[in-house]
Design a protein. Structure first.
Length: 153
């Protein structure tokens, strides 16, 4: 039987997630995978939309490719709410971040994120990540166009 998740456990997890977000925005994917361990049944709802994804590719090739997409930036994690139930922890947060992404000039890349972790032994595994760029509210017409898939500039 495992010990109940404490506030201290969630605080430590939150610090790891904050450090991991900073590592991603700095293009340091190896630090990211050292800090965030993905569950075998990990799922992702990516911030740029599209179909959900299963699994996390931590191969050198995948990490190097991702680092080239996001080579330079900074991030700060603002946790809005955390929830704990049994061996699960959920963080509802905003990753306030900016950087150079896909060769575009340094800009705001902040995301709303929901992170679901499952404790396995003494470690936390990221089970699910949902991220979207809707940190700033959008008007209903744009929301409708995005929902229809009719949002190309």
């Amino acid at each position: 039987m495992t010990q109940p998740v404490t506030e201290k456990d969630v605080d430590q997890l939150t610090r790891r997630v904050a450090d991991a977000a900073s590592a991603i925005m700095a293009g340091d994917m190896r630090t990211y995978v050292d800090l965030v361990h993905h569950a075998d049944d990990y799922t992702l709802l990516p911030p740029n939309g599209g179909d959900p994804r299963r699994g996390f590719d931590s191969s050198d090739e995948a990490l190097d490719a991702f680092a080239r997409v996001m080579p330079k930036g900074e991030a700060n994690l603002e946790v809005f709410q955390s929830h704990v139930c049994g061996d699960m922890a959920v963080l509802v947060a905003i990753e306030r971040q900016h950087g150079v992404v896909t060769g575009l000039p340094d800009q705001d890349w902040s995301l709303r994120v929901t992170l679901v972790f499952r404790r396995e032994g003494a470690d936390w595994r990221l089970l699910h990540r949902h991220a979207d760029p809707l940190v700033h509210a959008i008007d209903p017409d744009l929301f409708a166009a995005i929902a229809r898939g009719d949002h190309r500039a």
